[in-house]
Design a protein around this ligand. Structure first.
Ligand code: BES
Ligand code: ZN
Length: 596
């Protein structure tokens, strides 16, 4: 039960009157129709003695029946379809029934689901399905109160065609691929956006007795090698901020169309195969998703306007884990890259949507996805670093550890967080509030001028190397045998707008960026090539855009292709080819960029 309730502009749920406390799913995956059908039972806890209905979030469902626990039909109404809110489902419960049961089928094209044909998988043998519920897409496959401020435990039966393996972010009770029946239970209360399911031809490799990797059989070996540090990450995280509360931590490496880098589904991180660089250079993403097991999954943003509480705290925590495992140098470089991204995002949004450059955002009348950017991550993390620097690390770490313990399995608003800072962190320090510009950090657009400048001279060297190259073509300042990913990224991002064909040819000849197996480096390089109409890389641009569907990579590359008159046609032709393989989330973003 929540200690308090707040309004959530992105849910129809009447949770001030009634709270779902437990969900029981029994669903069948229909790969032919690309729909899920089955039943969903919700246990209800009534808060208001006079209420006689429960409002749920749904989206384009076909309803077969709505009953109480005894099978007695209940009257219901389906509201009109709202563009991002979906349909309100009002179920009348004159006796304040403790259970409602909904038999339903999802719509083809449900926003949380991507159905892959065998041809779209690595092994090409069996179809694949995965869900992505954050932020407000759980309602496209489960009728629920789809708000991060409502938590439930759940159990689920998932019925698949034979030979498929289904996994969920939950305890696995029954695993029967021959029969196609899988049972799960999640005994810890979580919000709907963390309910996750994947099914396909899956293999598993253990990393330790509490960590492991699922992936398609042809990928699992490479994936397990790349993720070898998972258990060390848990140890590092626990040493910082207290016990890991979720039992196991597994990860599933999804097919390349997964639209995000990673998703912190409890007990089972979902991850893109684009982190498999072959040298473990991109595994800080795993540290990020693990950190969410505290910031986000234990203490959860109350609404999507408080998203920075999830992502800013997690980005800060991620870099602390990176520091423990890979050293201060690497962590400081990530802080620097983050600040570069932050300035870029602020610059872009300040003109068009200054609201989206605040930490506490008013998202009334907005799809939370419209406000999605690196801002809550980097501005939020930098805000915490300002606090850390002011009070000192020991005090700040003690504060955070206590914060996770005191508010575990609860939701958190920005204003409550500020109260906690006053009470617990600043205690009698009455000047800190003004001196650190706390009000401005949280409620003003842009970034205050007291960010902590990371202590690192690495990027002075990468920037000098980029400048030297532009001046006289010299590459002697590029230390290609010692540079880490962040240095390459900074070097590429430091190249000016105009780089000549000859210069690009020289760079690629020397460093073979076009062949890079590191998706971040390849992405940064291809962006430079597109800006400068460097045709020898266009086949690689096409291969990259058709070969993976991570929105963070697609969006800037398509935008760059469309911004350059010489590559607009190329954008359209690549997108026509690639679009059927992209996830609905990526499609809706790229549809807004490319006129295909
Ligand atoms: N929770 C996010 C992904 C997300 C956010 C999905 C909002 C849907 C709506 C996840 O933890 C995340 O931040 N992933 C990043 C990687 C991370 C290393 C910054 C991503 O996907 O790129
Ligand atoms: Zn995150």
């Amino acid at each position: 039960m929540q200690a308090f309730t707040v309004q959530d502009p992105h849910s129809y749920g009447n949770r001030h009157e009634v709270m779902p406390t437990h969900l029981s799913l029994d669903i069948r995956l229909d790969f032919d129709q690309q729909t899920i059908d089955g039943s969903c039972e919700l246990n209800l806890s009534w808060l208001d003695g006079t209420a006689d209905y429960v409002d749920l979030d749904t989206c384009d469902f076909t309803l077969e029946s709505v009953t109480d626990a005894q099978g007695q039909a209940l009257r219901y109404e389906i509201g009109p379809r709202h563009v991002y809110m979906g349909n309100r489902l009002r179920i009348y419960t004159p006796e304040q029934q403790d259970t409602v049961r909904i038999a339903y089928r999802t719509a083809p094209g449900a926003g949380a689901l991507q159905w892959l044909t065998p041809a779209q998988t690595t092994s090409q043998n069996l179809p694949f399905l995965f869900t992505q519920s954050q932020a407000i897409l759980a309602r496209t496959w489960i009728p629920c109160m789809d708000s991060p401020g409502v938590r439930m435990t759940y159990d689920a039966v998932v019925r698949t065609p034979p030979a498929l393996t289904a996994v969920m972010g939950a305890d696995h009770l029954q695993h029967d691929p021959a029969e196609g029946v899988f049972r799960f239970t999640m005994p810890l209360a979580i919000p709907s956006y963390l309910i996750a399911l994947a099914a396909g031809e899956l293999a598993f490799e253990a990393i330790s007795d509490r960590a492991g990797v699922y992936a398609e059989p042809g990928v699992v070996g490479k994936a397990a090698w790349e993720c070898a540090d998972m258990d060390h990450m848990i140890q590092a995280a626990e040493s910082l901020y207290g016990p890991y509360r979720w039992g196991r931590w597994d990860t599933i490496i999804l097919p390349p169309s997964f639209p995000y880098g990673g998703m912190e589904n409890p007990m089972l991180t979902f991850a893109t195969p684009t982190i498999l660089a072959g040298d473990r250079s991109l595994v800080s993403l795993m540290a990020h998703e693990l950190a969410h097991s505290w910031s986000g999954n234990l203490v959860t943003n109350a609404t999507w306007g408080d998203f920075w509480l999830n992502e800013g705290c997690t980005t800060y925590f991620e870099r602390r884990i990176v520091e423990v495992l890979y050293g201060t140098d690497i962590a400081e470089m990530q802080w620097l890259l983050g600040q570069r991204a932050l300035h870029h995002t602020v610059e872009q949004f300040l003109k068009t949507e200054p609201e989206f450059t605040k930490l506490s955002m008013n998202l009334d009348q907005h799809d939370p996805d419209d406000a999605f950017s690196e801002l809550p991550y980097e501005k939020g993390a930098n805000f915490l670093r300002v606090l850390e620097t002011h009070v000192g690390r020991p005090a700040f770490d003690a504060f955070l550890q206590q914060y996770f313990e005191d508010h575990a399995f609860q939701s958190m608003t920005t204003s409550r967080f500020l109260d906690l800072l006053q009470e617990r962190l600043f205690q009698g320090d009455s000047h800190a509030w003004d001196d650190l510009h706390i009000q401005s950090w949280i409620y003003d657009p842009g970034v205050p001028d007291n960010m902590v400048i990371p202590d690192s001279d690495h990027f002075e060297r990468t920037r000098a190397a980029a400048a030297a190259f532009m001046t006289d073509g010299s590459l002697t300042a590029v230390h290609h045998d010692t540079w880490v990913t962040a240095e390459w990224l900074d070097f590429l991002k430091s190249l000016p707008q105009g780089v000549s064909y000859e210069q690009l040819r020289q760079l690629d000849g020397q460093f073979h960026f076009t062949q890079s197996g590191n998706s971040e480096i390849l992405f940064a390089w291809l962006a430079v090539c597109i800006r400068n109409t460097y045709e020898p890389a266009f086949a690689a641009v096409e291969a990259f855009l058709c070969g993976q569907g991570r929105r963070k990579f697609l969006q800037p590359l398509y935008a760059a292709l469309c911004a350059n008159p010489a590559t607009q046609e190329l954008a359209a032709s690549i997108y026509r080819m690639a679009r059927p393989g992209y996830h609905p989330i990526a499609v809706s973003t790229i549809d807004g960029i490319v006129n295909a």
